[in-house]
Ligand binder design. Structure first.
Ligand code: GRF
Length: 235
């Protein structure tokens, strides 16, 4: 393939070491934990970090017997909070964490935190995020609400690697949803969430199994993108 940057198409059979960050109800976290338990995602989830005490995500971690590190971010600077997160991860050397997975983590990560997970070969960090819009449209908060207010006919969700910009970084997978004329925000959020659950599970399974290549495609000036091997896209 032209513009090939890195080839990870040789499958790995070992479990990837994963830490998950979440802030809210934890429905994406739940499907990831369930898929890891069933062996659909080859992950050993080392810890779940939450920044909102009493959030659903804490409950989910406990249900799955995964260490839950509750580190309240309220009233703290980004530097202070992130230093506490890194200290709490303690023995878990960032270099030994294969992937940091953001599952509804509603706090921006600072460049100095992202740097701990930076992988030059990916042109991004070893951090994965799911965003509720078809990026680069509607970055930031309330992706479904933004799409509805704008009046677009199509929206969806994006799984991407994290770069230094807001909701930026190489795109791993996207899936779309049509917006009907009488769509409500609640209806769109609920259909979107269902789509996120399957999209995130499939994207993480392919990512962690190592069935991908990073490529610039045929346009050498193009941004790096992740390409999955056809037989493993799960579609
Ligand atoms: C999801 O819509 C996700 O895309 C966004 O926040 C929401 C989290 O939902 N970043 P949940 O906590 O996983 O249920």
């Amino acid at each position: 393939m032209s513009g090939l940057i890195i080839d990870r198409s040789v499958a790995s059979d070992k479990l990837a070491s994963v830490v998950i960050f979440a802030s809210g109800r934890g429905s994406n976290l739940r499907v990831i934990c369930e898929s890891a338990r069933l062996g659909k995602i080859p992950a050993r989830i080392e810890a779940v970090v939450t920044n909102v005490p009493g959030s659903g995500a804490n409950e989910v971690a406990r249900e799955f017997d995964i260490p839950a590190l509750e580190i309240d971010s309220k009233g703290k600077t980004r530097e202070t909070h992130e230093a506490q997160v890194l200290a709490a991860l303690g023995g878990l050397d960032c270099a030994k964490i294969d992937w940091l997975v953001l599952a509804g983590y509603m706090r921006l990560l600072s460049p100095s935190f992202i740097k701990h997970f930076w992988a030059e070969s990916l042109a991004a960090a070893r951090i994965v995020n799911i965003h509720p819009s078809l990026l680069p449209s509607f970055p930031g908060v309330e992706g479904y609400g933004q799409a509805l207010s704008y009046g677009v006919k199509l929206t969806g969700a994006t799984v991407h690697l994290v770069g230094y910009g807001l909701d930026d970084g190489p795109i791993i997978a996207q899936r779309s949803l049509e917006i009907s004329g009488d769509e409500t925000l609640e209806g769109l959020q609920s259909r979107g969430l269902e789509l996120e659950h399957s999209l995130y599970t499939e994207a993480l399974a392919n990512l962690l199994k190592g069935h991908w290549q990073m490529s610039r495609g045929s346009r050498s000036e193009g941004r790096p993108r992740m390409v999955f091997r056809q037989e493993n896209t799960g579609k």
